[in-house]
Design a binder for this molecule. Structure first.
Ligand code: SF4
Ligand code: SF4
Length: 406
């Protein structure tokens, strides 16, 4: 790929041979304007292919949910076909982690999978993109579940949905009743609480099992996929279409037309905000993600990625009130941060170690096991930005290992 190259919608624009990787496809047709460093929501900056769209080819991609019904027959596809289609389509976990889906689902004799958990819990408050697709793309999701179940070799499927979404639970149950060969798939309502959408937390809620610290779900025979990822699997296997679009929740009090939007991956946050009616005068902070785990972005040319579930815009009032009220004071050793941590970590010890540049001590306190949920910062009466310290510590460790650019 080079400057001035023509690209077609769906064409691969980035790929590597590494086993744990996924290709990236252009969502639009056009001409390569540049290949340069651009802002990235997680990495800070990374190389990007910038494409000028072709005005003569303004065909907009639409969701393909209409192609799926209760009669979908997954037996027409082999395990190899499913895994290869998922790899070629560049599918990664769309709930936030972004781990390549092919690696998750393909058979692994050393770590055989028995139970497939489908994550229908929103990862954060404010976000509703997964809820909407459970209502509107129900049969497509079920098709993806059947295909993923076949590829992974699981004999049991549990779809976990939070109990504040009765319409999604009912829709999914009715659709499963209408489908043949879904006896091994059950819908399990789970308590609405944050962070229920974390895969380790969901496994514990549904199966009462614990993934070892520093381990992964396949170590206990479990594979976890998000509902949007399942929809992408169905689309890739049945239509051959790569993952170039996703549903994003645009939310917060400072956005004119909040809602769920089906958008191309790579679209600039600024363009999405414009499409959603623009910012109100009270807008003060744009967050890529939700209010708990999302990252505030200074550059609105930051792109939507395959894992971007939301854009949250907070008001000046909310920010200034929080700033005024959240003046940091010394730790009072209350232990609330320990009580609330879903990973049973000691956030205050880790944060203290990072603050004093003792990254090896932070590592001894299992800093890498932190899921960055933000609960410890949220409950701290001393307003200590514990999660911020821990995120910084993890970034410093990654930089020391040269995993992310300076
Ligand atoms: S952000 Fe805090 S509460 Fe959440 S997992 Fe990390 S240390 Fe625990
Ligand atoms: S919650 Fe805050 S004040 Fe309480 S022990 Fe943790 S860091 Fe200290």
């Amino acid at each position: 790929m080079a400057k001035k190259d023509n690209v077609r919608a769906g064409q691969v624009v980035g790929d590597v041979d590494a086993f744990v990787s996924a290709p990236v496809h252009s969502p639009v047709s056009g001409t390569v304007k540049d290949i340069a460093l651009r802002s990235h929501p997680v990495l800070g900056r990374t190389m990007a292919v910038i494409i000028d769209t072709d005005p003569a080819d303004a065909t907009e991609k639409s969701p393909c949910a209409g192609q799926f019904g209760a009669d979908f027959d997954h037996s027409a596809y082999s395990v190899e076909q499913i895994c290869e289609a998922v790899r070629q389509a560049g599918i990664v976990g769309m709930g936030g982690a972004g781990f390549p889906t092919r690696v998750k689902i393909e058979p692994n004799p050393r770590l055989p999978k028995r139970t497939l958990i489908i994550n229908g819990c929103e990862c954060e408050p404010f976000i509703t993109c997964d809820y909407r697709i459970m209502l509107e793309w129900t049969y497509q999701i079920i098709a993806g579940v059947k295909l993923a179940c076949k590829a992974s070799g699981c004999s049991r499927v549990v779809i976990g949905i939070e109990d504040n979404k009765p319409a999604a639970i009912e829709t999914m149950c009715k659709a499963l009743e209408a489908c043949r060969g879904c006896e091994h798939i059950e819908v399990a309502p789970v308590q609405t609480k944050y962070p229920q959408g974390g895969e380790r937390q969901l496994i514990n809620s549904l199966l009462k099992r614990t993934v070892p610290t520093g381990g992964i779900p396949p170590m206990i025979g479990i594979c976890v996929l998000n509902v949007a990822t399942c929809a992408a699997i169905a689309e890739a296997v049945v239509t051959g279409a790569p993952l170039t679009h996703r549903v994003v929740t645009v939310t917060g009090e400072a956005i004119s037309k909040p809602g769920n939007y089906y958008v191309p991956v790579g679209m600039q946050v600024a363009d999405l905000i414009d499409h959603a009616g623009g910012l109100t005068e009270t807008a003060a902070k744009v967050i890529l993600g939700g209010p708990m785990m999302g990252l505030a972005i200074a550059d609105l040319s930051t792109p939507i990625t395959k894992t971007s579930g939301a854009v949250t815009v907070l008001t000046k009032e909310a920010i200034y009130k929080a700033k005024y009220e959240k003046r940091q004071t010394p730790c009072i050793r209350c232990g609330r941060c320990l009580d609330v941590c879903p990973e049973n970590l000691n956030p205050t010890k880790i944060a203290h170690a990072v603050k004093n540049n003792l990254l090896d001590v932070a590592a001894d306190y299992y800093m890498s096991a932190c899921i960055e949920c933000g609960c410890c910062s949220y409950v701290c009466p001393a307003n200590i930005e514990l999660t911020g310290y821990i995120k910084t510590g993890k970034l410093l460790v990654a930089r020391a290992k040269q995993k992310v650019p300076e």
